[in-house]
Design a protein around this ligand. Structure first.
Ligand code: G1P
Length: 290
């Protein structure tokens, strides 16, 4: 079955970025000049996704405004003759059909995904987490959909992480199937490095079969007292094949300050409008520090 629907959880409070996130949703913090959530939605759209459900929460109205049409702004830009800008703003509001539902209580990622049950219905769907931005030649989700089309089973996007980062992620226990593809035997959410089954982490991209919803409904709070998607996926892997695919591309953890800064610097350096000037500036800063 074709994957046309994606779910993006965006109800988190963003406490790691306070005070910036007191009044601004963390998903709207920009990398250079584009909100992090726009990169995620562009990846989904470029991967063939048509309908996106954003799991929203209180204080997230700016997200809806950003992906809507902005008549006032477009009228002003037209009056000022800035037609390039009008096109670029219009392209944001036509990326995909975007739907919203509110997660009323922050009970964990698994609970957020359960809020998508009636939107998803009985078809496999994608999940993209906003804290993980991937720069790749072929969009990360597209790579995963290609693998899904071969296996017709749930696919988790993974990469290896360093030992000190293991306790930040869902870690898989898996056996090799072919280059880049492993069959998942089990999963643990945020294990201690000495208890982890591997150093292969799930990094914010999933294709999941709809069987997950029944399992989520029966998942008890796990790590951190939250209903964990990882626990439901682990249960799913006992019932039907689940695969892990090592995607190509560089992934940034924009949910952490260092990851956010790394993404900011590298995206700025790659821009045709400001990259060269920014590189020259960085050299002077590094010169000062050395
Ligand atoms: C979530 C998931 C975790 C996954 C991670 C990827 O954790 O629970 O399994 O590895 O995203 O970024 P969070 O970062 O929301 O704590």
């Amino acid at each position: 079955m074709k994957i046309t629907k994606a779910v993006i959880p965006a109800a988190g409070l963003g406490t790691r970025f306070l005070p910036a996130t007191k009044a601004v949703p963390k998903e709207m913090l920009p990398i250079v000049d584009t909100p992090t959530l726009q990169y995620i939605i562009e990846e989904a759209a470029q991967s063939g996704i048509e309908d996106i459900l954003i799991i929203s929460g209180r204080g997230k109205r700016a997200i809806e405004d950003h992906f809507d049409k902005s008549y006032e702004l477009e009228t002003e830009l037209a009056r000022a003759g800035k037609t390039d800008w009008i096109q670029s703003l219009e392209s944001i509001s036509s990326l995909a059909n975007i739907h919203y539902v509110r997660q009323k209580q922050a009970l964990g990622l698994g609970h957020a995904i359960l809020c998508a049950k009636s939107f998803v219905g009985n078809e496999p769907f994608a999940v993209l987490l906003g804290d993980d931005i991937v720069r790749a030649q072929k969009p990360c989700l597209r790579q995963m959909i290609d693998v899904y089309e071969k296996y017709e089973a749930s696919i988790l996007g993974v990469q290896e992480v360093s030992r000190e980062d293991i306790s930040k992620y869902g870690i898989i226990d898996a056996m090799p199937v072919e280059t880049g593809v492993n069959r998942v035997r089990g999963m643990v959410e945020k294990p201690k490095p000495e208890e982890a089954p591997s150093n292969i982490a799930v990094l914010g991209r999933y294709i999941i079969t709809p069987e997950i919803f029944t399992l989520l409904e029966n998942t008890r709070p796990g790590a951190g007292g939250e209903i964990q998607l990882t626990d439901a996926l682990c249960a799913l892997a006992q019932k039907e094949p689940v695969y892990a695919y090592t995607f190509e591309g560089k992934r940034y953890d924009v949910g952490s300050k260092i990851g956010f800064l790394q993404a900011t610097v590298e995206y700025a350096l790659s821009r045709s409008d400001i990259g060269a000037q920014f590189a020259a500036y960085l050299k002077t800063v590094i010169g000062d520090k050395a």
